[in-house]
Design a protein. Structure first.
Length: 299
């Protein structure tokens, strides 16, 4: 909701400043100019993007407005689930571990971390690479390269709404000029009218230029950046999974591998090492059906 506050401040400063200069706010009320600009922008947006991106853009805008990004609790659940899986990989047979990744919804590990279980895309990402680890044939650098390519594809897909909004923002000033030109054409058709009426037509035309530039640089472009930051944060769990599993494949103990993943969390959301230790050793032990390993063993 912080974004809404910013938009309200922007509009209030704009209209308040115009009124303070002696301008009449009624002059800016040119609904058909806005219909031309906004309607044309929406139409070109629909033309330029597949239906999936159009729907995802709406979802991304809602996520940006509501600040729907992973919380510290989500990160703790993710690290806890990874820790439990790595404990199983170290101490159980292949068939027992495969049961968790073949049917995650029935797995006691994933049931203990409902936020991870509910994130289907990330859950499939985790299960796919744990399955590759179980097979034991792939080398670490091969897994890393494959992860990098998949994460790149995921991020590119998640940022499609941002790119679509940026195109709209770049087009709005030109669409504002289009609306202004149409207004001037209307004014030219009324040259035989009174100067007062003609001035009103010209003023209405200039509102089109103003509206296009303001909507571009004052609303859509900043909001597109907000969408980008939100989506990048929502992609961060994939990096955490990657670093954790790669550390485990390189021989790190589960608790050390989890620390590799924890370091990938931004400072503001990153839980402390003590909190992660309590969650993965003391907390998730009750849900993963695994006995907590003693600190001496982890040392």
């Amino acid at each position: 909701m912080v974004s809404l506050v910013g938009i309200l401040i922007t509009i209030a400063a704009l209209l308040g400043g115009f009124a303070a200069m002696g301008g009449h706010l009624a002059v800016l009320m040119q609904p058909w100019e806005f219909v031309i600009i906004v309607g044309t922008a929406v139409g070109t947006f629909i033309v330029a993007n597949p239906w999936k991106v159009i729907v995802d853009t709406g979802l991304a805008m809602v996520q940006a407005l509501t600040g729907a990004v992973p919380s510290e609790r989500y990160y703790l659940d993710l690290l806890g689930a990874l820790h439990a899986l790595m404990r199983e990989l170290r101490g159980k047979g292949r068939n027992e571990v495969e049961a968790h990744i073949d049917d995650p919804s029935s797995s006691e590990i994933f049931k203990a971390f409902p936020s991870v279980l509910a994130d289907h895309a990330l859950l499939h990402f985790v299960c796919d690479y744990v399955r590759l680890i179980i097979m034991g044939n792939a080398r670490t650098h091969e897994i890393e390269a494959l992860m990098d390519e998949e994460i790149h594809t995921i991020v590119k897909s998640k940022l499609a709404p941002y790119n679509a909004l940026v195109v709209v923002a770049e087009a709005l000033p030109a669409l504002g000029i289009v609306a202004a030109v149409l207004g001037v054409i209307k004014a030219m058709g009324a040259l035989d009218q009174s100067p007062k009426l003609l001035g009103g037509y010209i003023g209405a035309a200039l509102v089109g230029t103003f509206a296009g530039i303001f909507l571009s640089y004052g609303i859509i472009a900043p909001f597109a950046l907000k969408v980008k930051m939100t989506r990048e944060k929502r992609c961060r769990p994939y990096i955490i999974v990657k670093q954790t599993l790669l550390a485990f494949m390189n021989g790190a103990m589960p608790q050390i591998a989890v620390e590799h993943g924890r370091k990938m969390i931004a400072g503001a959301e990153r839980p402390s090492i003590d909190v992660v230790e309590n969650e993965t050793i003391a907390g998730p032990a009750k849900s993963a059906a695994v006995e907590p390993e003693p600190k001496a063993a982890r040392a």
